[in-house]
Write a protein that binds this ligand. Structure first.
Ligand SMILES: [Zn+2]
Length: 142
């Protein structure tokens, strides 16, 4: 399976500053070296990890999709000269990376927890310790 990306810029679209004018198709060089006879499908704009409304690409490549998309984009990046296309590839690669979880170490017990953000800062004590603290306070009351 020799997959590659076939990237075209559609300059007929009026507002070509939008990334939508860049079309990225997946091609299979085992089938042919000529586009569009080697066309497989359109490269999905985003990767959908929970498999809701899977793209045609994900239907074909399943669990391998994400890795495959990343590989194809990275490979394409090495051969592309066009700045707009490079920019689009960078955006798509960035989108593939999972968002870092907002994990913080609890000041009291050291456990990592998903901290809530407040307007003036971030939660520093985990929910368990916070609950304990409130319970103790209630105990202290006469
Ligand atoms: Zn804690």
């Amino acid at each position: 399976m020799r997959l590659a990306l076939y990237i075209t810029k559609n300059l007929n679209i009026k507002d070509y500053t939008k990334p939508a004018h860049i079309k990225i198709a997946v091609i299979n060089k085992d089938i042919s070296n000529n586009y569009p006879s080697n066309f497989v499908c359109i490269l999905p704009r985003t990767f959908n990890p929970n498999n809701k409304n899977p793209s045609q690409f994900q239907q074909k490549y399943g669990n391998q999709s994400k890795q495959l998309i990343e590989e194809l984009l990275k490979k394409a990046l090495q051969t592309q000269e066009d700045q707009d296309i490079k920019k689009e590839i960078y955006i798509r690669l960035k989108r593939l990376k999972p968002k870092p979880k907002n994990l913080t170490k609890c000041k009291t017990c050291g456990k990592e927890f998903n901290a809530r953000k407040y307007r003036y800062g971030k939660q520093t004590i985990c929910n368990d310790c916070r609950a304990k603290r409130y319970n103790n306070k209630e105990d202290e009351q006469p």
